[in-house]
Design a protein around this ligand. Structure first.
Ligand code: TRP
Ligand code: ZN
Length: 896
């Protein structure tokens, strides 16, 4: 039979089986259950007949038995919401196949077969944005992690590598550009205004790296010549109206290609590199072989519409996806538990690239700030997991700050211990040994161990154990000199207790507080639960500078006087250590104040010391503004939340300190007011000096950063005057950084300037989605007393839609990250986010599930808010037909 009757699935559900919502309790997948796939797929041919409403996909799979696997007489093919129109084996229509849930199983007697399956899919109904979907009239794909099974039945797992040949055809006026992985081998016209293109990708790849794009696009092109002299055609594909905002992306791509040759010895391996910008996208970008698909947010940038930070983000994501060509594509992952193999390593590579492009110190500080804002809370909450997880229900939930950012930190520690040169020998060995394979984290560790000559037996615990280690530091002056006792504890996390000590590399120096002389730096590695290190004494009053450059992703607990911290903040020769001392100074004060531990006099002293440190930083002529700006950043409320709720979530149920977001917010605002008042003259001077620096000046970027900070502090002490300054800055701004900096301040004020400038901003940028996203975000993040009602009103705005992830995030992720709104004592903020999850889950489960973690913080918060948050999680859990994504996150958040 050619047109098969659809076998009903086991549940007797007449609808198509949807892998994301089917069983009430989705099964748990375990790392230890890995088995190789019984079949090899040397060749895959795909034929697409493209249409926005209906696309037909004819797949031809050449399969042969895998000699290294347990044999099977069946070919198991994953599917998700698919129906087979026909199944043929070796050229004959077959009825020797069945559906098992959403998957298709074909019986195969022999050692080698050709299997042909035809499916029809509906791209414009695909709101989950996984598989083949429509975006602004164009068609594109997203296959990682398990989206390919929404296109055709296939062994959709990363260890099945195949060589793909693709033919795509469709209406020429609707889809003038037809793109796929690899090289274009043929094109031609067909009847009825249709045309076709054929593509061949010579590099075997897993299905998650497949991509196809069809639409009305134009390219900004610029060739790159590789180190061995090959010319690569590089194209950035966008809608015609966006072409003028692609210079930065193309330049970043060329710089990445050059950097990877110089730094890791990696050269590009095709003659073509295509990047396509898409406005409906679940994440940042995707590294599909030779055809990266990007969220427009990480491609389009010009000074009028993108901030300095946006430019950096474009550079970083372009580099990240490019670097995946080796760390991810040439060497891929055996299974999804190994995700950090490609993601942790690639994040490290993009971080090192950006350090080289724009300065090591500031980039390092930014990366640590991200780690602390996103990963530390994850590690301390119910969703904590090791960088190599042991189990999951839905793999999309494990694209986390832990797998990505802590994964990068773990590899960075290996690099710190080996030194750059030996680390390079390790990565050379890894790339050499595993090229063309689907590898494991263990393969990576072994290669580094051997190539970089490190002993990593105990270090492997970093891959197994979740939780941020806490290091307590005590120092003793002895007759012979000076000793430092360090002890480590790793908090319990869901499913994990009694963890073993891990090697913790710490760069350290001992300064002399009395003479001010700076000590020499060395690297020590703490391996035991407790260890004592003898250090040279450089003079009386030793001040220890530890975890310089943030060599280890740990929390240092040390009792250090305000004076010692002020010394480090003003004088340490490691820029990260200066930043760290400033943070510690502020965190110590703010947490103590928010916990009610300070009387009025102590509170005043704390604020005075911080103000003095700020004054010194503003006056320090040796600092550039970019670094000055880092030193002037106050710890975020999220970070203070973590510091206040500093005990382990799985610890004893009573006697822990809980975070009080209301008190944190009040104290932090009060500190801003004090700084704005006491330092009025200095801040106004700083503002005036920064304002005079031209946009294109090399120092312009740092100047814009400190200008924004000065304005924010001045607004806390004299809102009326600051409203005037901000309005003036907004009106005269020639770039988005200044405009957004001004709007950020205005959005939080009750002033007529607020409404006027918000309207002006909207009118000017109406129709530019990325800028209108900023307009939503500015309001959702604002310090305004009425922020909850403002967000409710914005949800009714004609430009708001639940169907575009960027727009949803611009309003609601921003709001969930606004402690003042989200943690409002009424619980309205929690209710709003729970409502978003319930409304978004049927549309786009992957994006919906990302909103669960803010509510998962309930165990670490004061009891009143904790009860309100928990009640919202329970309300979500009761809903029918939750996706696998949201089900998993909600149940972990309630149980963990
Ligand atoms: N692998 C991609 C990256 O790290 C991210 C990614 C994973 C992704 N799954 C996705 C992107 C789903 C979009 C949708 O760059
Ligand atoms: Zn990645």
């Amino acid at each position: 039979m050619d047109i098969a009757t659809t076998p009903t699935n086991p549940e007797g559900n007449p609808e198509l089986a949807d892998a994301a919502t089917m069983p009430k309790e989705p099964p748990v997948i375990r790392r230890e259950d890995y088995k190789p796939y019984p079949w090899l797929l040397p060749e895959t041919r795909l034929h697409f007949d493209l249409g926005v409403e209906a696309t037909t996909v004819a797949a031809t799979l050449k399969v042969e038995r895998n000699p290294d696997a347990e044999p099977s007489g069946e070919l198991f093919l994953n599917g998700d919401s698919l129906k087979a129109d026909s199944v043929r084996v070796d050229g004959e229509a077959s009825d020797d196949w069945r559906m098992e849930g959403a998957d298709l199983i074909v019986s195969l007697p022999g050692a080698k077969h050709t299997v042909e399956i035809t499916t029809t899919i509906q791209p414009d109904k695909n709101t989950a944005l996984m598989g083949l979907y429509a975006s602004n009239g164009m068609l594109c794909t997203q296959c990682e992690a398990e989206g390919f099974r929404r296109i055709t039945f296939f062994p959709d797992r990363p260890d099945v590598l195949s060589t793909y040949s693709v033919r795509m055809q469709g209406a020429k006026d609707q889809f003038p550009i037809l793109l796929c992985n690899g090289n274009k081998t043929e094109t031609g016209d067909l009847e009825d205004g249709r045309h076709f293109a054929e593509w061949h990708d010579p590099w075997p790849k897993p299905s998650y790296l497949f991509a196809l794009v069809a639409g009305d696009l134009v390219a900004h092109s610029g060739p790159f010549t590789t180190q061995s002299g090959r010319e690569v055609e590089c194209n950035i594909w966008v809608r015609a109206e966006d072409i003028d905002r692609t210079d930065h992306a193309l330049k970043s791509l060329h710089q990445s290609m050059k950097w990877d040759e110089e730094t890791f010895g990696r050269e590009y391996d095709l003659d073509l590199y295509n990047i396509v910008a898409v406005s409906d996208f679940n994440m940042g970008a995707m590294e599909n072989k030779g055809l990266n698909v990007f969220n427009t947010k990480y491609v389009l940038a010009d000074p009028d519409t993108a901030t300095d930070d946006d430019f950096d983000a474009v550079e970083g994501v372009i580099a990240h996806e490019y670097f995946h060509n080796w760390s991810g594509n040439r060497i891929t992952c055996r299974d999804w538990f190994q995700l950090s193999l490609k993601e942790g390593f690639t994040v490290l590579r993009d971080q090192l690239f950006s350090q080289d492009m724009r300065g090591e110190a500031v980039k390092r500080i930014e990366d640590v700030r991200i780690l602390r804002a996103a990963q530390f809370p994850e590690d301390a909450g119910p969703l904590a997991h090791p960088i190599r997880p042991d189990s999951y229900r839905e793999i999309s939930n494990f694209y986390t700050a832990t797998v990505y950012n802590k994964g990068a930190e773990v590899i960075r520690m290996m690099r710190s211990m080996a030194g750059e040169e030996r680390f390079r020998k390790g990565t050379d060995l890894y790339f050499d040994r595993h090229d063309g394979e689907a590898a494991t984290c263990e393969d990576f560790i072994s290669a580094i161990e051997e190539g970089a000559e490190l002993q990593l037996a105990q270090f492997r615990r970093w891959y197994r154990q979740a939780g941020t280690p806490r290091i307590s530091v005590s120092q003793q002056n002895t007759a012979r000199g000076f000793t430092l006792t360090l002890s480590q504890t790793i908090p319990d996390t869901p499913g994990q207790t009694n963890k073993g000590p891990m090697p913790i590399p710490l760069r350290i120096a001992v300064h002399c507080g009395e003479t001010g002389s700076l000590g020499e730096e060395q690297l020590i590695v703490l391996k035991e639960a407790e260890e004592t290190f003898e250090l040279p004494l450089t003079g009386p009053d030793p001040i220890v500078s530890i975890n310089r450059g943030f060599t280890a992703p740990v929390i240092i607990e040390r009792a250090m006087s305000r004076e010692a911290l002020a010394f480090l903040a003003a004088r340490d020769n490691d820029p990260f250590a200066r930043y760290e001392a400033m943070q510690e100074l502020s965190v110590g004060h703010l947490v103590a104040a928010a916990s009610g531990e300070l009387d009025e006099e102590e509170r005043a002293t704390g604020k005075r010391v911080i103000a003095d440190a700020f004054r010194a930083i503003i006056a320090d002529e040796e600092l550039d503004d970019a670094m000055r700006g880092e030193l002037m950043i106050l710890p975020s409320e999220t970070y203070l939340f973590e510091a206040m709720a500093s005990s382990s979530p799985a610890g004893p149920p009573s006697g822990e300190r809980k975070a009080d977001p209301g008190a944190i917010h009040a104290e932090r605002e009060q500190l801003k007011t004090t700084l704005g008042t006491v330092l009025k003259r200095e801040l106004e001077g700083l503002y005036a000096r920064a304002e005079a620096v031209p946009f294109d000046d090399p120092a312009g970027r740092g100047a814009r950063k400190v200008k924004a900070q000065a304005l924010a502090l001045l607004a806390a002490s004299d809102p009326e005057k600051a409203a005037g300054m901000a309005a003036r800055q907004f009106d005269s701004a020639g770039n988005m950084t200044d405009r957004q900096g001004a709007m950020m301040v205005l959005a939080g004020l009750k002033a007529p300037e607020r409404e006027e400038r918000l309207a002006a901003f909207y009118d000017r940028f109406k129709g530019n989605d990325l800028v209108i996203d900023k307009w939503f975000t500015l309001q959702a993040l604002s310090l305004h007393d009425d922020v909850i009602n403002q967000v409710k009103a914005l949800a009714e705005h004609p430009d708001f839609t639940m169907n575009n992830p960027n727009r949803v995030r611009s309003l609601y992720m921003a709001f969930a990250g606004n402690p003042k709104g989200f943690h409002d004592a009424s619980g309205e903020g929690y209710r709003m986010i729970a409502d978003v999850i319930l409304a978004l889950d049927p549309i786009n489960p992957q994006t919906a599930a990302r909103f669960v973690s803010p509510l998962g913080k309930w165990r670490r918060i004061e009891p009143g808010r904790a009860a309100l948050m928990k009640a919202e999680l329970e309300r979500i859990a009761k809903a029918d037909n939750l996706s696998r994504d949201t089900f998993e996150q909600v149940s972990r958040s309630l149980d963990g």
